[in-house]
Design a binder for this molecule. Structure first.
Ligand SMILES: Cc1cc2nc3c(=O)[nH]c(=O)nc-3n(C[C@H](O)[C@H](O)[C@H](O)COP(=O)(O)OP(=O)(O)OC[C@H]3O[C@@H](n4cnc5c(N)ncnc54)[C@H](O)[C@@H]3O)c2cc1C
Length: 465
């Protein structure tokens, strides 16, 4: 079979953080039955295939420099839906947004969602995403009833916790390196309202934030925002939001068409990015963090209100394209997952280090997690701290800070997350995943993908050796 059509479309692709610009041969299949021939064409051309959903990974998980990238975002059919049981089967390009829009009118909501509604189901399974309910609900993989996949060796398989279970637990979290999800069956969560009851309050320091998140981990959702610029005794201060589902007897709102607000504080969303741009520097971001904490502390403390599931979960979608305000070098996120007992000292240490290096994060988010059984798991019984950094004019400064922060996290038994990561290397990935998990990955890859066709830049950076 000729490889010519695949090689006609060399285009530039970026990561979500816009810190990487890479050229690849991009192909966008319209149907899953086109996929087997694409493996043949790649083999014939001596090229590897990287998979891409919506390209919302912060780092290089959906890039495959100089090789083929299959964009799977056109595979958007809902294949089966049971409004009685909330079980849905969909193609991998269906997005979280399509999913909730389809299910909410029937009283169902995705059990786990990320902070944005644009990722595809395939991308969410490959990363095994978590939400603000990770302690309660686990990662998305725990809600997958089964999936079907096409393996590079030509096999089509069905996997569930009972059937082909080793592959089930490895492909979910496996970052698209073992096969292509072709259909995904998920059990959704029954909800009695389109809204949740939210309570917001502040804490004056890191110890207070961690204790408050921990004390509320059995709520349906709990998340903390940290004032990333605070220092000294105020280091780690911030605001918490916990949310609970409403019950049928709560006489709760039942809106089926939910949208994010068109304006924020009366300002149309479209004009916000240029207004925010002057604050995307150490001084401006520090000011914004401090002003937000002060307002949260004195104006909005201990408030309880109803908010739609969409507004609560997809805060980061309020301002489309917000990530572009980080400028031409883009942004990098460093998210570390640290066991509960070590979290306070570890997070304090990495925040102080970043401040000392003159590279403070501009956004910091805290979550509670629990361990899971998936092969490349990022979770621990503890907390994660996600820090957004602007890439400076000398990116090596940030790479070296990330290396120092990684060392602190690793020394405290922590882990990292490939969907967010852009700076780990093979040695540090091995240090948290362990030789056994990596050997399992390679053994499975030798079976499913003997020619090592499925690759991406992340694989070559962190997992290939
Ligand atoms: C603003 C923002 C907020 C976020 N918040 C969270 C959060 O709260 N929690 C969280 O866990 N994550 C979060 N993320 C990360 C995001 O959920 C993951 O990166 C997710 O993988 C993105 O899905 P995607 O469709 O864009 O996949 P891509 O980024 O395009 O690809 C991700 C991986 O999926 C693989 N892949 C894609 N499709 C398939 C397929 N059909 N079969 C096999 N492998 C496939 C690719 O090979 C790649 O390795 C956030 C991202 C953004 C931009």
């Amino acid at each position: 079979m000729s490889s010519a059509p695949l090689l006609q479309n060399a285009v530039g692709l970026e990561n979500f953080g816009h810190s990487l610009k890479r050229v690849a041969y991009v192909f966008r299949p319209q149907r899953t039955d086109e996929l087997p021939a694409l493996f043949e064409q790649a083999r014939a051309a001596g090229l590897t295939i990287g998979l891409r959903g919506s390209g919302r990974s912060y780092g290089d998980a959906a890039l495959n420099t100089g090789h083929i990238v299959l964009e799977l975002g056109a595979l958007t059919r809902i294949l089966d839906w049971n409004a009685e049981t909330g079980v849905i089967t969909a193609e991998p390009g269906v997005t979280i947004e399509q999913l909730w829009r389809h299910a909410l009118p029937h009283g169902w909501w995705p059990p786990v969602v990320p902070g944005t509604m644009f990722p595809t189901l395939g991308g969410c399974l490959a990363a095994n995403i978590h939400g603000k309910n990770n302690w309660q609900a686990g990662p998305i993989g725990e809600h997958v009833v089964q999936f079907t996949a096409l393996l590079p060796n030509g096999q089509q398989v069905t996997c569930s916790p009972q059937e082909n279970s080793q592959l089930f637990y490895a492909m979910i979290s496996g970052m698209g390196l073992l096969g292509i999800f072709t259909s995904i069956t998920l059990q959704l969560k029954k909800v009695h309202s389109s809204h949740v009851r939210v309570t917001a309050w502040t804490q004056p320091d890191m110890a207070g934030m961690l204790a408050a998140v921990d004390a509320n981990k059995d709520e349906d959702y709990i998340v903390g925002w940290l004032d990333a610029a605070a220092r000294g005794r105020s280091l780690g201060r911030g605001q918490l939001h916990r949310a609970t589902y409403l019950h049928a007897e709560d006489n709760a709102p039942q809106q089926t068409t939910l949208d994010l607000p068109a304006s924020i504080l009366g300002i149309p969303k479209g004009v916000l990015p240029p207004l925010m741009a002057p604050f995307v520097n150490n001084f401006g971001a520090g000011l914004v963090n401090m002003a937000k904490y002060t307002a949260d502390r004195w104006l909005h403390n201990n408030k309880t209100y109803l908010q739609s599931l969409v507004e609560f979960n997809f805060l980061l979608d309020y301002i489309p394209g917000w990530e572009r305000i980080y400028g031409r070098n883009g942004l990098v996120q460093h998210q570390s997952f640290v066991p509960a007992a070590a979290a306070e000292s570890t997070f304090r240490e990495i925040l102080k280090l970043a401040q000392r290096r003159g590279l403070p994060p501009y956004l910091a988010v805290l979550k509670r997690h629990r361990p899971d059984k998936f092969l490349l798991s990022h979770a621990v019984d503890g907390f994660s701290l996600a820090l957004d950094f602007r890439v400076p004019s000398q990116p090596a400064r940030l790479v070296s800070l990330a290396e120092e922060m990684d060392a602190i996290v690793l020394a405290n038994g922590g882990r990292f997350y490939f969907a967010k990561d852009g700076t780990l290397n093979a040695e540090r990935a091995r240090a948290y995943l362990g030789a056994e998990a990596l050997a399992s990955l390679q053994a499975l890859k030798a079976q499913t993908d003997p020619d090592n066709i499925l690759q991406n830049d992340l694989y070559r950076r962190c997992l290939a050796n």
